[in-house]
Write a protein that binds this ligand. Structure first.
Ligand code: ADP
Ligand code: MN
Ligand code: MN
Ligand code: MN
Length: 386
């Protein structure tokens, strides 16, 4: 008989079991005129998020009301100890669903002491490309898959010794033996709506304790901004519940699905009558730059996706480019309604769950709208490299 999941309380953090009624007494105190602003940034791993909070005297109305700040880059894999101050440049403001109005979350770009972008700041170049393709009104929608783990690193609510019943009943499933950790999914969804993150939907995934939410459609640079903040909210909600969300693209080897960041894309032309022609043109361009894209679709130049893009479990092989209508085993899928209506968007299924959305959306915009095979090298120089 397949083992049923058992609650293993040791795998839930101690902090999550602190007295929440006591917390609520303090959280409901009036805070006066002053406002807490939590600065969020991407650390030197290119995957980890960091944050710290300061007080502002009045509520910021726009991003321009939030001052630059700095942090110790030697503690975030971002600088040597001898020259360690890094700049935090606010780029997008959200409401804070944890401490609530009027407090803010602010996503920041990281600059080095010389004000050049930090190694893992892919936003600056992404933004340059998005500015160059502005007339196309490019939209993205990203499906973020993730897996819940206990603090012991084992998938949340999987039996300690053994495995849950094989995949089949879990995708979009309901019931205590099929959906594990829904509290987190629902709280994260509300947190995104409150914050102002453009969340589109959510569903339980194929592997038990694996979930997905989608963000979008977002125009240009907003895709990366909203996805990174949605990830911050996810990790923060999980912290409250004492579990961990991993974006590892293949958390369990064997007959278990991996986790991706399917990236849906459309331009104004693709969305208009007869847009399928422009979708096909974009796919043709993508087919010629498969290797370049695989290199930027995970933080380790394709190594992470090697474990995931096997050609099995609803993925394509990492070595080949393929495309097809309604084909979930292809690199690029054209959704069936798009094939029927001959307009809409396409889905790039290759990005890994832990990808940097700035790197992914930049590569797609660049390849589909700026790159030309017979482009002079001098022209290419003005466009930031992949
Ligand atoms: P799937 O069928 O692949 O599981 P989902 O329903 O999970 O698809 O996700 C669809 C995604 O497509 C969402 O992120 C949504 O924002 C995005 N999307 C919808 N329309 C467009 C469009 N015209 N251009 C770009 N993205 C879009
Ligand atoms: Mn989906
Ligand atoms: Mn999915
Ligand atoms: Mn998808």
């Amino acid at each position: 008989m397949a083992s049923l999941p058992q609650a293993n309380m040791a795998s839930v953090s101690l902090s999550s079991r602190l007295n929440k009624a006591v917390r609520q007494q303090y959280m409901s105190l009036p805070q006066g005129e002053r406002v807490q602003v939590t600065y969020i940034w991407i650390d030197g791993s290119g995957e980890g998020l960091r944050n710290k909070t300061r007080t502002l005297d009045v509520e910021p109305q726009t991003i321009d009301d939030i001052p630059e700040w700095n942090f110790d880059g030697s503690s975030t894999y971002q600088a040597e100890g001898s020259n360690s101050d890094m700049y935090l440049v606010p780029v997008r403001m959200f409401r804070d669903p944890f401490t609530q109005d009027p407090n803010k979350l602010v996503l920041c770009e990281v600059l080095k002491y010389n004000r050049l972008p930090a190694e893992t700041n892919h936003r600056m170049n992404c933004n340059k490309v998005m500015e160059q393709v502005k007339e196309h009104i490019i939209w993205f929608g990203i499906e973020q898959e993730y897996t819940l783990l206990g603090i012991d690193g084992h998938p949340y609510s999987w039996p300690t010794n053994g495995f849950p019943a094989p995949q089949g009943p879990y995708y979009c499933g309901v019931g205590a033996d099929k959906a594990f950790g829904r509290d987190i999914v629902e709280c994260h969804y509300k947190a995104c709506l409150y914050a102002g993150v453009n969340i589109y939907g959510s569903n339980a995934e194929v592997m038990p304790s694996q979930w997905e939410y989608q963000v979008g459609p977002c125009e240009g640079i907003e895709m990366g901004d909203h996805l990174w903040v949605s990830r911050f909210l996810l990790h923060r909600v999980c912290e409250d519940f004492g579990v961990v969300a991993t974006l590892d693209p293949k958390p369990m080897t064997g007959n278990w699905n991996g986790a991706g960041c399917h990236t849906n894309v459309s331009t104004k032309q693709m969305r208009e009558e007869g847009g399928l022609e422009f979708i096909e043109q974009a796919i043709e361009k993508l087919s010629k730059r498969h290797k370049e894209h695989i290199q930027v679709y995970d933080p380790r130049g394709g190594k992470d996706n090697m474990r995931r893009l096997s050609g099995h479990h609803e993925t394509s092989s990492i070595h080949d480019f393929s495309a097809g209508v309604a084909n979930r085993g292809a690199s690029i899928r054209i959704p069936r309604p798009v094939g029927q209506e001959k307009k809409g968007y396409f889905e790039d299924r290759r990005p890994s769950a832990n990808c940097d959305p700035y790197a992914v959306t930049k590569a797609i915009a660049y390849t589909c709208l700026l790159h030309s095979e017979d482009m002079e090298e001098s022209e290419e120089e003005n466009i930031p490299a992949m």
